[in-house]
Design a protein around this ligand. Sequence first.
Ligand code: ZN
Length: 106
Amino acid sequence: MTRQDNRSELPERKETVRRKILSLLSDRPLTARQISGLVGIPEKEVVVHLPHIQKTVGTLKGRLAVTPAECRQCGFVFRKRERPKKPGRCPICRGESISEPLFSFG
Ligand SMILES: [Zn+2]
C-alpha cells in the first residue's frame, strides 16, 4: 500500500472523515485500528487525521484525550510518544505485548 491516492486529499472528504471520527470518539474511546475499521479508511490515514482533529476540537466543547500505550508486561507507559501509532517494543523489558493508544473525546 504505497500507492498515493489523490482522492483522499480532497478537503471535503477530509472534513467528513474528521467529523465522523469525532462523533465516534464522543461515544466511546477507540484505538486507531478500531477507528480505521469503523470509518473505512486505512489506519495509516487515521493517524494522519488525528492531530488535525485535535486542532478542530479546540473550538468545540470537550477535548481529544489520548491514553498512552502501555507495556502489558512491566507497565511502562509510553508518555512521550506523540505519534498515535502503537510502539513495537518496550524499552524497559523488551516485551512486545503493548496496549494500543486509546483516543477519546469528551
Ligand atoms: Zn515492559
